[in-house]
Design a protein around this ligand. Structure first.
Ligand SMILES: [Mn+2]
Length: 424
């Protein structure tokens, strides 16, 4: 479904007076407004193909109706999100959940919606029908060479699909690990995994990157073979210049200082990609910014500082993707909220007075340093984000327009109330 462009115009016109008042006030308070607007307009967040259906838990799933039935409909849904917010111009595919049977058609269709293909994701954490060997005891770490070979070949197949779509990165998240002490020889598991990753790395085209995603626990609960950023960095360093660490916000032990992790990974030139979500207890995959918005701001603050220190392009030099999925919201509304939270936080991070912050740090002026960060965090930048969005052709309030246009009702009429998107 697409919303008629004139409807977006009407919606924007209706809210313009209030928006302009807020924007004029903010413009008087902050510096570099035109530059920040340009940065916000350029910034794009990849939407995962698995987040368009209602997520399940291990206890149940309650589909909300109108879920996309195939990859084409998933692209339509992301196209709609992008049409509304102009900040979701990329799609991240999970194979085999979304194998493009006709890649030329899929690529053209995505381009028509203004979407490109962000990192491809492989899946060796589930067994697929007809698969010869089981991943019950791991994939790349497995004690049996045939299982490892199957996992390597799957990843190479994912790269092939990605090449056809114009993607330039592979994200490898392994559920490999162990549930009980003694189950695994840690060193053998690491070495097998490294050997497998090396074969996958060798199959990457020259301009491609491989992202090694880590996760502290789940589904294995005693050890994870790529369990933290140190292990991921170890693999990435051993693999070579095309290998990077991917940080998923939900994949840390409680209270981990994620902003420090991203700062040091950036310093090493080894931060490649980012998975946004939020959590209270574990890998909860909740809406970005819904639980710990200040932590998200502190992370973005380090991202901006670290990227600027290396002269990196904020938009293109890291893979920005959402990785969230849950079972009580309309998935499209949730994604609109998540992208909005990211844009707001990015804008706030751009407001930080870096010269003053550095001076405060040099003077051990702890109080001023905190004031500088919180000054930016407490600035209401919503009118700035909305102005950037409208300048790109998007809606003043994407969520409000989504609701007033009754998009979900339309999708249920078109696709049915009982559809279920592929994914978890
Ligand atoms: Mn992830």
């Amino acid at each position: 479904m697409k919303i008629e462009q004139y409807k977006i115009q009407e919606h924007n016109q209706a809210g313009m007076a209030a928006q302009q008042r807020a924007f004029d006030y903010l413009s008087g308070e902050i510096k570099n407004v035109p530059e920040i607007l340009q940065q916000l307009m350029a910034f794009q967040v990849g939407i995962p193909s698995w987040a368009l259906g209602t997520g399940g838990t291990r206890f149940g799933r309650f589909p909300g109706g109108g879920e996309p039935r195939n990859l084409e409909e998933k692209i339509e849904d992301i196209g709609l999100i992008h049409q509304l917010n102009q900040s979701s111009g990329a799609i991240s595919l999970h194979i085999p959940w979304d194998i493009p049977s006709n890649p030329t058609h899929i690529k053209t269709m995505a381009a028509q919606h203004g979407l490109r293909f962000d990192a491809m994701n492989s899946n060796t954490f589930q067994d697929q029908p007809g698969q010869e060997h089981s991943y019950k005891f791991g994939s790349l770490q497995h004690v049996n060479k045939d299982v490892r070979k199957q996992a390597i070949e799957h990843n190479i197949e994912v790269i092939r699909h990605g090449i056809e779509l114009g993607s330039e990165a592979l994200t490898v998240w392994l559920s490999d690990g162990s549930c009980f002490p003694g189950q695994l020889n840690f060193r053998h598991a690491f070495q097998n995994t490294l050997e497998g990753l090396r074969e996958i790395y060798a199959a990457l085209p020259d301009h491609w990157k491989i992202f090694v995603e880590y996760k502290a626990a789940e589904p294995n609960f005693y050890s994870t073979t790529v369990g933290d950023w140190g292990q991921s960095l170890l693999y990435a360093n051993k693999l070579g210049p095309k290998a990077y660490t991917l940080v998923d916000l939900g994949h840390h032990l409680p209270n981990a200082n994620i902003e420090q992790i991203v700062s040091l990974l950036l310093m090493e030139g080894k931060l490649g990609g980012f998975h946004f979500n939020d959590s209270k207890y574990g890998d909860d995959d909740l809406t970005v910014g819904s639980i710990k918005p200040y932590q998200l701001f502190l992370i973005f603050n380090e991202l901006v500082e670290g990227m600027d220190a290396r002269g990196m392009n904020h938009t293109t030099d890291l893979g920005w993707m959402i990785d969230a999925s849950h079972n009580v919201k309309d998935p499209l509304e949730d994604l609109l909220q998540s992208v909005e939270a990211i844009m707001i936080t990015y804008a706030q991070a751009l407001l930080v007075d870096r010269k003053k912050l550095l001076a405060a740090q040099q003077n051990n002026d702890v109080v001023t340093a905190q004031e500088i960060l919180q000054q930016a965090f407490r600035t209401d930048v919503r009118s700035l984000v909305a102005a950037a969005r409208m300048q790109s052709g998007g809606a003043l309030n994407p969520l409000a327009l989504y609701r007033s246009e009754k998009v979900r009702e339309h999708l249920i009429r078109e696709r049915g109330a009982k559809t279920m998107a592929t994914g978890l």
